[in-house]
Design a protein around this ligand. Sequence first.
Ligand code: ADP
Length: 397
Amino acid sequence: MKVLVINSGSSSLKYQLIDMETEGVIAKGNCERIGIAGSKLTHKANDKELVVEQAMPDHNVAVALVLKALTDKEYGVIASMDEIDAVGHRVVASGEAFKKPTLVSEETMKVMEEIKDLAPLHNPAAIVGVKACLAAMPKTPMGLVFDTGFHFTMPEYAYMYAIDYKHYEQYKIRRYGAHGTSHKFVSQEAAKYLGKKPEELKIVTCHLGNGSSITAVNGGKCVDTSMGFTPLAGVPMGTRSGDIDYAAAEYLAKKEGMDVSEMLTYLNKKCGMAGVSGVSSDFRDLTAAAAQGNKRAQLALDMFSYSCKKYVGAYAAAMNGVDCIVFTAGVGENTECVRKDICENMQYLGLEIDLEKNAEKNNGKIRDITGKNSKVKVLIIPTNEELVIARETVDLL
Ligand code: ADP
C-alpha cells in the first residue's frame, strides 16, 4: 500500500510517498514559493533529484507538478496515480471540531472551512491542498491528520485558560498545542528503544526546531504541552516570543501605534531568537555568532535553554517524576549546546548526560546520551511526522 503525505504550508507544499509495508520513503519533495516569483519543485527518488523551476500561482499547480514528478518517466516512482492508495493531509489546527484524524468528505470540508481562522496561515493552505488533490484523484480516500490530535488527552485543568468560562464555551478558547504527530512519534519510539510499553513511562518530549514545543507524556498520553491556543505560546522560538505578559504587549502596542493584528504579527515574526539576538532566527547562525563573542546571540541561546529547562522541571512536577527526556527536530537533534544547557544542573531529578556522546554528530538515528549515573534516560530521536500521518491515514481506512 502506498500513501502520499501532503503538508501544505502558506507558500510551500512538502510531500512524501510512503510504502506502508516497509514504512520506507519511495519519493519525497518540496514545492517552494507557491504564489510568488521563483517557484521551484525539488523531487527526490532513487538517489536522483529533479528540480523544476516553473511558475506555481497556487497549490493546484503545485499538486499537478508533484503528481507529474511522481509519474515522470525518468524520475518517477509510479506508473499512474492509481498506484496511490490514499492521501494523508497534515492540518495544523482542529479546534474542538476534530479530536481525531478524519476522512475527507463534503461534511468534514465544510467544518474545515468554519475553523480556518484558527490558523490563518496554515489551515486555508491545507484546504486548498486537499481540494487540489481531490481534483486530481477524485476516487482516492484522503485523511486529515491534525497537529493538535495527540494533545486531546490533556486533563481539563491543564488545557483550560483562567478566563471567563463562558468564553471557553462560546469560542472554545483553550490550550490545543501543536507538533502532536512529532510528540506522539518520538514518545513511542523512546518506549520501543527502552524496551518498555508507553503505559509504563513518564516522558518529556522536546520538539525544538524553528517552532518549538515541549510535551509531558504520561503512560503514552499527552498530559500537558507548552504551546497554547496557537503555536505562539511556550518557549521562545526562531521568531516567536513564546510566553509573554499580555500587558507588556498592550503597552508596546500603544507606544508603537500597533493594532492587535500588527502586534500579533510582531510577536510571531519579529521576536524570539531573531528579535533578542538581532542576528538570526537560525540556531546555526546563533551558535556561530555566540562562539565569536556576540553577547546577544548568547543571551538568546541562554533564554531558550533556560525556558526549556523550566518546562522540563514543570512537567516532571506534573507527572511526579520523569523516566526519559527526548530531544527531536532541527535544534533538538543537532544543537549540542542547547541539549547540554537544558540538562545541566538537573541532579535534583537524577538527570545527567554524557557530554562526549552529546557532542557526537547527528547520524539520523536514535542516540542515547544518558550519563553513567543518570536515573533519567536522555535520548535524541529523529522525528518523522510524515510517517505518523501515513499510519493514521491507513488506520482511517
Ligand atoms: P521547522 O520544521 O520548525 O521549520 P526544523 O525542525 O527544521 O524547524 O529546525 C530548524 C532549526 O534547526 C534551525 O534553527 C536550524 O538552525 C537548526 N539546526 C541546527 N543544526 C542543524 C542542522 N545540522 N540541520 C538542520 N537544522 C539545524
